[in-house]
Design a protein around this ligand. Structure first.
Ligand SMILES: [Zn+2]
Length: 429
């Protein structure tokens, strides 16, 4: 099956991309066969894109699949729910259907043709990935960690992470995840804003250097990279010193942290979306406690400063949303790009490049996706307005194409309360 896409304006996702017009894009068997101003080859069908903008599918580096991020009227007991879900493969399968399958579909229809899930319940994430690959359900290219590993009372312990008590338990949890086919190992090195007990300390150390080292050595021996939840300057240093490949969230970066990033060729994943609502929304909207507001502001300012410092030092910075946190929905990757542009002083071109080809390179997928180039998977999105004049152009897409499969005029059910609160904040930037 050959499809010829014509009449579009292209941003191709490469570092120095400029707007290109007058091209034709030929897709065959899910891949970009030709992109050229002159295609003589006959196609089975032609698609007129009405002079809309075509760009690579986005890559979201930090997703938690089970939650939708909508503000809740009543707190549910997440630990209790996770325990029930985890009790058998059957209950995991039920939870996958009821809670998760819709969320990965939403990610895809909102323009993320690849996502990395960095902490889920049991082995549900790899079960979803397998179902997507078999064509049983609709979803993006999915890379998974399954459950994260931490210590008792570590970040999200009992929901999307498990607490290991002995060296043997750390090793066996990692082996268990690898046996289930995970792509990365996720560990929770520090606490987070929602479990901090002291003002000014959003990322209290939870794992010891020895525990971090053991996890990284075990994962590396099994051929897996390690990404780590880290929310303090000290945590970043200790994580990098002991083998972590990818820092999630981050903090203010010390000179030592910057040299460690360079030495280890490690990555920083910027996630501004979860900190903003907690730090900057009126508490009548966010329902955040004073200590959470305070610590979220510390985290947000530290992360912005740290990301700028990394960029200045040519350290690879990727982008993710931390979907599942309050007010971080499964369809708002465009907001993270806009925040990155506005708060970290990068151009919209650099933001798009980051969310596409840079993220692909961190995942080792830059030969497969992340840009519109011949031979790569046909992963692209189409929008009516110019995204370089505002990423809100990506709120409503004309089309999503993922590995050649086309979704025209994708519809997403959005939460009105969430949209209003996020839009109010966006208007202040
Ligand atoms: Zn997270």
């Amino acid at each position: 099956m050959k499809t010829l896409y014509k009449n579009f304006r292209l941003y191709d996702g490469t570092k120095d991309m400029t707007l290109k017009e007058g091209l034709f894009l030929l897709v065959e068997d899910g891949r970009i066969k030709t992109i050229s101003s002159n295609i003589s080859e006959a196609a089975d069908r032609e698609v007129d894109l009405h002079n809309n903008f075509l760009l690579p599918g986005l890559i979201n580096m930090h997703v938690h699949i089970p939650a939708n991020g909508f503000p809740k009227k009543k707190e549910t007991d997440q630990k209790k729910l996770a325990k029930i879900v985890n009790s058998s493969r059957f209950t995991q399968k039920v939870a996958q259907k009821v809670l998760c399958n819709g969320n990965v579909k939403t990610q895809l229809l909102s323009g993320c043709t690849t996502i990395r899930a960095v902490g889920g319940v049991g082995h549900i994430d790899s079960m979803i990935r397998n179902d997507i690959e078999k064509g049983k359900i609709v979803g993006p290219r999915l890379l998974v960690c399954d459950y994260a590993v931490t210590v008792p009372n570590g970040h999200m312990e009992g929901t999307v992470s498990v607490g290991a008590r002995t060296p043997e338990e750390f090793v066996s949890y990692i082996q268990d995840n690898v046996k289930n086919g995970v792509d990365w190992i996720k560990i929770m090195v520090t606490g987070g804003v929602l479990d901090a007990k002291v003002k000014g300390e959003p990322g209290e150390m939870k794992m010891t250097p020895e525990q971090i080292r053991l996890c990284c050595d075990t994962a590396h021996k099994l051929g897996k990279k390690v990404c780590a939840h880290v929310e303090s300057p000290q945590g970043v240093e200790i994580a990098l010193e002991n083998g972590v490949d990818c820092i999630e969230h981050g903090a203010y970066m010390t000179d030592k942290a910057i040299s460690l990033f360079k030495e280890k060729k490690a990555y920083e994943i910027c996630t501004l979306s979860p900190a903003i609502p907690l730090a900057r929304f009126d508490t009548s909207v966010s329902h955040a406690q004073e200590i959470v507001v305070y610590n979220s502001e510390v985290l947000l300012e530290g992360m912005i400063d740290g990301v700028k410092n990394c960029l200045k030092n040519h350290i690879t910075v990727g982008l993710g949303t931390d979907t599942g946190c309050p007010f971080v929905t499964q369809y708002d990757m465009w907001r993270e790009l806009e925040y990155f542009h506005k708060l970290c002083n990068v151009s919209r071109k650099e933001a798009l490049y980051t969310a596409t080809l840079v993220n692909a390179s961190i995942l080792g997928l830059d030969k497969e996706t992340g840009s519109i180039e011949e031979g790569k998977a046909a992963d692209f999105i189409v929008c009516e307005k110019d995204p370089f004049e505002g990423f809100a152009a990506l709120r409503k897409l004309e089309m999503v194409v993922a590995r050649g499969v086309e979704y025209a005029h994708p519809q997403i059910k959005k939460n009105a309360e969430c949209e209003a609160a996020l839009d109010n904040f966006m208007a202040t930037l």
